[in-house]
Design a protein. Structure first.
Length: 171
């Protein structure tokens, strides 16, 4: 089993430094180009299955990567981005974004998804995938927050306050 984990391409909200969470924001022109470049980089990799978030930006990325390959795609809400609740659409500087990603603080919010609940959701899905697809090479098309949870699942929980530095963030 081999896992490939990629984050969706760029959106306008990424450019504006807004948190997207469950907002169904589509790729912008650069995001489309990034997905096409990722397709080229992965074209010689043996991928048996794509597991993709149900949010538009991830789905668009997966579909572009899969163009001409016909790899089965499973769309799964369990690997969609963390629910930012009351912070949805806010700029990262408008609230304690670093603290939001602190597993140690484990903050609770009015409607945003608690980090431990979020990790539990992703870890449970990853356990199921490991059991069901033991011999498959899987491409995950997901989000920055989910990439943090996957990193911690694979490498263990680091002893640091904020986990934000573990996210796939390159634009």
């Amino acid at each position: 089993m081999k896992w490939y984990v990629i984050r969706h391409g760029q959106t306008d909200w990424n450019l504006e430094n807004k948190v997207q969470g469950k907002a169904d924001v589509s790729l912008n022109t650069k995001g489309v180009e990034q997905a096409e470049k990722t397709k080229e980089k992965l074209e010689n990799e043996k991928i048996d299955l794509i597991i993709c978030s149900t949010l538009a930006r991830a789905k668009e990325t997966a579909q572009m990567i899969n163009k001409d390959r016909n790899i089965p795609i499973i769309y799964d809400d369990e690997i969609s981005e963390r629910d930012f609740g009351e912070f949805e659409g806010s700029k990262q500087d408008d609230f304690d974004f670093e603290g939001f990603w602190s597993y140690k603080k484990n903050q609770h919010f009015k409607s945003a998804e608690n980090i431990k609940d979020f990790f539990y959701r992703v870890y449970t899905k990853l356990d199921n995938i490991e059991n069901k697809y033991k011999d498959k090479n899987i491409l995950f098309v997901t989000h920055g927050g989910v990439s943090i949870a996957i990193d911690c699942y694979v490498n263990g929980m680091p002893d640091q306050e904020s986990l934000l530095n573990l996210a796939i963030r390159k634009w």
